[in-house]
Design a protein around this ligand. Structure first.
Ligand SMILES: Nc1ncnc2c1ncn2[C@@H]1O[C@H](COP(=O)(O)OP(=O)(O)OP(=O)(O)O)[C@@H](O)[C@H]1O
Ligand SMILES: [Mg+2]
Length: 160
């Protein structure tokens, strides 16, 4: 499933629409180059989950994990600075991931299992994976893949 966004505003809207359909325990994995729009999309998702729209979201590049409170707790994780599996394990992410909040992870490809790239470490299975490609200065292509035991309809499928 692919969608093109033509502006940061559209990306925010896409995030909002996705965020409004999330439920406790959802995990969103974001991949895409520097400046692709992972944090913009996250901001929209947070608004969709009910965070005040004035709130400003930034990549937790140094803090690694930011927590916000919408209708559900939202955990925003950025793995950009992480370069080993040991470091990931030391973060204790399981407690966050398998909780009643929504978890959004930037640079999520760092969670791929080195033994089998189809799998993720930390026993992450159910998830929404989003890849963002930079098409031009203002265009971004979003590719959505969902991994759920039962098919689940997401509002992004009708948006843009
Ligand atoms: N259609 C678009 N959607 C989102 N951002 C866009 C779009 N067009 C241009 N941009 C610009 O791209 C940049 C995206 O920044 P953002 O911080 O969201 O990226 P990121 O993927 O989180 O980067 P990083 O890897 O550094 O965390 C912003 O400067 C934004 O204005
Ligand atoms: Mg970012």
């Amino acid at each position: 499933m692919k969608k093109i966004s033509h502006s940061p505003k559209e990306t925010l809207q896409l995030g909002k629409s996705l965020g409004s359909s999330l439920i406790p325990g959802d995990i969103i994995l974001l991949n895409g180059d520097l400046g692709a729009g992972k944090t913009h999309l996250t901001q929209g998702i947070c608004y969709g989950v009910g965070l005040d729209e004035g709130s400003y979201i930034r990549s937790p590049t140094f803090t690694l994990i930011n927590e916000y409170q919408g209708k559900l707790p939202i955990y925003h994780i950025d793995l950009y600075r992480i370069d080993s599996l040991e470091e990931i394990y030391s973060l204790g992410l399981e407690e966050i991931l398998f909780n009643q909040g929504v978890t959004i992870i930037e640079w999520a490809e760092k969670l791929r299992s080195p033994k089998n790239h189809k799998n993720l470490i930390l026993n992450i299975q159910d998830r929404i994976e989003i890849n963002i490609e930079i098409v031009s200065e203002s265009e971004r292509e979003f590719t959505f893949n969902t991994f759920f035991p039962e098919p689940r309809s997401l509002p992004i499928y009708t948006l843009l």
